[in-house]
Design a protein. Sequence first.
Length: 273
Amino acid sequence: MSGLEAPTIALVGAGAMGGALVRGWLQAVRKGGGLTLTVVEPNFDPELERELEAAGAVLNPVARGAVDVLVLAVKPQTFPSVIEAARALVGEQTLVMSVMAGVTLDKLCREFNAQRVVRCVPNTPARIGRGITAYVMTQACTPADRELTEQLLEPLGSVEPIAAERLMDVVTAVSGSGPAYVFLLAEVLAAAAEQEGLDREAAIRLANRTVAGAGALMLETGDSASTLRKQVTSPGGTTEAALDVLGAGNGLGPLLRRAVAAAAQRSRDLGKA
């Protein structure tokens, strides 16, 4: 961790996303990285709790002092119940990071009386280290804060800085909610295969592996989605027949654009609540 020589980090919330983060940090510690870790979580996964204890992390301390970095990884509806406990971990020099959906930079600054604040939007593949996390920072954050933020988020997968917070609603609609769109595609593809005569289990296996394999191919080759689509589409072939339907005026393109717009608007609405 080069942003600080040996940062003190407090994680509030060690569920699916917080657990993925802290396991990545533990790997860094095992490789010789220096950090001091405090974790606040009322319902620890027993295996993670054992790993943290073995690494010397402080779990659910009664007495709390300011840390270098506070990471909030609780659900937004849980936030009000942990604010007081989290405030005890924040001092004048604390960098506050949040992976809570819909909680704005302004709200975080006010709740913690902090100027250096980071808002992050991960997605569910982050649980296996294959996600992408977008983040935006307040103007008070330094280049060292940016470096440390990216190091702390790397266990979740790729990291993408975003220029302005207003764009985080679009990020939420595309990458935050996007895995659900892909899962729905696999569901619908399997159902269509079953309708055409395949047995249900085979249809599910074919659809799931096709979706997962196509995504992996795009990442491994680095080719654009457009390039790969053209490679598999022969003139007059079966793929072209299907794409003619999906590319029609009422097809997949307009439908997805409406879906992303609806999700982005909902994100904006939640941010005002």
